[in-house]
Design a protein around this ligand. Structure first.
Ligand SMILES: [Fe+2]
Length: 350
């Protein structure tokens, strides 16, 4: 059955108990926060690209075998401007917006030129990341939005450009065991001289330092290594250019995740999805949660938010065994779920 991926979502900010089928393991306690586009049209206007939709966050809190679900739109400046105007007035990656459609061609041309050196959107609809003790909704511009990952409320707007010479920053950082974060941004300020800026945000133990610290961002160097067990290569050319070639492991494999405890170490399992058009259920990116003191790389569960097209049934959180892929439990959330991008699991202290 087909799904309308351009349908606007409805938020449900208060926590609702899900109906759990099966038995959730006692050790699995935490909150999965997922992010993705959820509003695709405002008034008479609509986005030209699915990724441009406005951020819609969903959370699944697992506690003592029970699951609660809630959802909220990110109250970005972009969201507020669009909703106030009842039309899309902020440009996105694939959608050019015009502040006032009643204006003439010259006004539109000026608007277009102004957007060629844009103030980017803060519609952070791609991922949830953690810097220090704080959580942020992110896309890939210079703006991120701090959120409360438990209530999904929108907090401060942070501009990377106040700390680093970057115009665009990846929403896929890496974390080390201490909680330091490594990320990459692009500086496009000088035409034809694009630079990549690698930076580190150190782990913190005190509350709420995030970007406020002066020494928060440090550049680090890239190490190129030779790996014998893959045909993927990264070779520095004479002129200094780095040429990367991937090794294709599987065609059509989307949204890969690993047991992140094995990040940077030799590992053998990747979890993702390959969706057939005819299926009634559309799975999200699978997030692997390792069992505490697990004995192997695949000792844990996968958390998957599933869009359910079967009439009369709601979306659900699916919990699969990481070794066998057998269903451990599912939690029907009694509302529609929507296609999203990425998620972050926050373990709760027991
Ligand atoms: Fe991504």
């Amino acid at each position: 059955m087909s799904v309308d991926f351009s349908k606007n979502a409805k938020e449900r900010p208060e926590p609702h108990n899900a109906e759990v089928i099966g038995s959730i393991p006692d050790w699995l306690q935490g909150t999965l926060v997922r992010n993705g586009p959820g509003i695709f049209s405002v008034g008479e206007t609509s986005y030209d690209h699915w990724c441009d939709g406005m951020s819609f966050m969903n959370s699944f809190s697992i506690k003592n075998g029970k699951v609660t679900h809630r959802s909220r739109f990110l109250r970005s400046d972009t969201y507020n401007s669009n909703m106030t105007s009842n039309r899309i007035v902020v440009s996105e990656m694939g959608t050019m917006a015009y502040p006032d459609p009643s204006k003439n061609f010259i006004f539109k041309a000026i608007t277009f030129l102004n957007h060629t050196v844009p103030d980017f959107t803060d519609n952070a609809a791609s991922n949830i990341i953690k810097y220090g003790n704080d959580y942020y909704a992110t896309s890939e511009t210079n703006y991120i939005r701090k959120i409360d990952p438990f209530t999904l409320e929108t907090l401060d707007k942070v501009d990377y450009m106040k700390f680093l010479p970057v115009n665009l920053v990846s929403s896929h950082p890496h974390y080390d065991r201490e909680g330091s974060v490594y990320n990459v941004g692009t500086s496009i300020a000088e035409k034809a001289k694009t630079k990549y800026i690698f930076f580190k945000i150190p782990a913190v133990t005190e509350k709420d330092i995030s970007f406020q610290s002066n020494d928060v961002c440090k550049l680090f160097m890239f190490n190129m290594v030779t790996l014998k067990y893959t045909t993927a290569t990264a070779v520095k050319q004479k002129e200094g250019r780095l040429e990367c070639k991937a090794e294709v492991l599987c065609e059509g494999f989307e949204l890969p995740r690993i047991n992140y405890d094995f990040n940077g170490k030799k590992h053998q399992f990747i979890y993702g999805n390959i969706v057939e058009e005819s299926e009634n259920c559309w799975p999200s990116e699978p997030v692997f949660v390792p069992r505490p003191n697990g004995e192997s790389e695949d000792d844990g569960v996968l958390l998957i938010a599933v869009i359910n097209c079967i009439p009369g049934q709601s979306g659900f959180l699916l919990i699969l065994d990481g070794k066998t892929f057998k269903e451990v439990a599912r939690a029907y959330v009694n509302t529609e779920l929507h296609r999203d991008m990425h998620g972050f699991f926050i373990p709760h202290a027991k």
